[in-house]
Design a protein around this ligand. Sequence first.
Ligand code: G4P
Length: 531
Amino acid sequence: MSNYTEEINRRRTFAIISHPDAGKTTLTEKFLLYGGAINLAGSVKGKATARHAVSDWMEIEKERGISVTSSVLQFEYDGYCINILDTPGHQDFSEDTYRTLMAADSAVMVIDASKGVEAQTRKLFKVCVMRKIPIFTFINKMDRDARDTFELLDDIEKELGIATCPVNWPIGSGKGFKGVYDREKKCVIAYSDTEKGTKEGIATEIPVKDEAHLREIIGEEAADKLLEEIELLDGASAEFDLEEVRKGELTPVCFGSALTNFGVEIFLKHFLHMTTAPLARKADVGMIEPTEHEFSAFVFKIQANMNKAHRDRVAFMRICSGKFDASMEVRHVQGNKVMRLSQPQQIMADERKILSEAYAGDIIGVFDPGIFSIGDTICMPKEKFCYEGIPTFAPEHFARVRQVDTMKRKQFVKGIEQIAQEGAIQIFQEFNTGLEEIIVGVVGVLQFEVLKYRLENEYNVEIRLENLPYEHIRWIENKDEIDLDKLTGTSDMKKVKDMKGNPLLLFVNSWSIGMTLDRNKGLVLAEFSKN
Ligand code: G4P
């Protein structure tokens, strides 16, 4: 057993997914409060402060007042070392949001109790399913009027296709919110509007079999309803099965209110109890076990221009095995180079801390002189294996892009190719043409602005973007079996290829996708590209 086994085994690395405004930031702040990483919730990334955060990562962030970049937070709780991968919460999220999920071992899904499953959650959820990682649900804002609890669970099951297992059960909502019923302990944890920003007070736990006391605390009506619901629930809901949770087939659900800090610690405890230490990852030489292998990592995100003065790039990597020590030499497999990683750091919200060591499960950011690409593997000098690549996710917005000054063709192509290589945008070409016609695809429309801004500022090229009506793109998975010339789609379908020459189809609506599949028997289309 290696000397770093203990450090690795106490690590838990997860991403939080939600639709904007469901309460992801508030919940994260409350987590940090328990961990003691900060003194007062709200001081890390509260909405109000985030709007004016001193972030020099990108001017656009300041101009738009939103966080384009995502960060990593680390805190200690109950002997665990927890890494939270924060994903941009704004509607204009990018492919990076998806990629962040590739670096997590599990996901926390925050749902607004008055709304249920929303668009962005649905999209992020698909990536979790693809990875088969465990998903833990926190239904938030119970202090506001919520939808019926059974209906909320039904919504998750139908919309997302995952079975739910309530860990606890809410008693009322809004002004009538009385607390939650803990199904395992068979007791009620009564709600008190704990002061914002402070730790949860000592919760009052009332066993349901102590019915008189229960009725006295939560009231006759709420008690009647609860007892009835418990009976229904015990008869109807899925059996709790940790194996199924770990395979991502069953999501444990907790209810609470992040704002008033109710149910957060309960959720955290259950979550930590059910998650696993960093998982083994697939490489071309087989599975790499975190505690049985020396240092290895893969790059999942490249952030350009974090420091405007230096125009540098930071490559974020997830450590998959062993211990990282800043003084050691490592191999960048794709670049076939042995090197020391420069300025390894931990990115905490807007702060960066230089690291001397880190372990499997941790995320580090290193200075990138332009050599790393998304999906690259870093390992010990004596080794040379590659982690399974990171898929390319389907963009949803497309535009034709042209440079204004035709003399600047070279800079334009160089700039757009480099930005595409970082993974901020994807570029496509029409079939049978060169780079004259470039179509840019992005996951969130803000990336168009980022592209325009960066080409102007870094490459001195002004561009014009002409929006295209396409909303869906699909890779042709069985491209070798399909004769592209004979492919018959709808009149508004367009055939394009990506930078690697893979054929793709662009569609205006999902109906056209169905039509095309109908007309071309045997055609297999994919929303992710693995190569
Ligand atoms: P996000 O990161 O998922 O986008 O959501 P965020 O935590 O920023 O929360 C969105 C809004 O919802 C915030 O209000 C926040 O205070 C509120 N909120 C979060 N959790 C709860 C909860 O449990 N109960 C209630 N009632 N509200 C909650 P805001 O007015 O947009 O921002 P702020 O000015 O209060 O910071």
